[in-house]
Design a protein. Sequence first.
Length: 210
Amino acid sequence: MFKTIKENICEEIIEKKSRFISNCFYVESVDEAEDIIKNIRKEYYDAKHICFAYKITKSNEVLKKFSDDGEPVGTAGLPIMNIIEKNGLSNIIIVVTRYFGGILLGTGGLVRAYSEAALKSIKQSSIIIIDNGLEVLVELEYKEIENFKYYCRINNININETKYEETINCRIEVIETEFSNFLKKCENNLIKILDYKIIKSKYIRKNTVK
């Protein structure tokens, strides 16, 4: 379980005529993060520096990377990473693009500016919780569908797809801990299903923190 951002955000600050544009994205893989960096470089091709930090949780492994992109060592990428970690976030990349305004900021000024830009984009984001979950295919009879839908609705289980054939097949997303409760209710006949199949493990958005 970890916290992340709900939507992508772009914010900007001005420090002694230098523009610091902070783009904040939700990501699920290193490839996705690297693609974002490439796209930002194309979009802001005339910028002086494009600095970034990302942190990704995948299969209980945490992957991190940051870059100063020509700024003095430790004045850009690391401050951005510190903001990510101080806010307890993962599966996030923040890219801060700097257009130089002609006035040198010094190392302390750069650290403050990159930190402020990164923090501003986070503050404008909605923070959500991501939990370990499962995608499951559930088979049930037609007469049970309304009870099943009601159970899913009150227990925050998403029904992503429903196929009506000889029986009804529902593709659901469920948090792992809730799936255990679901199986117990099935065993006790409180929920009546014909069969189920776990398709894959996946991260599921649980709720909004702010």
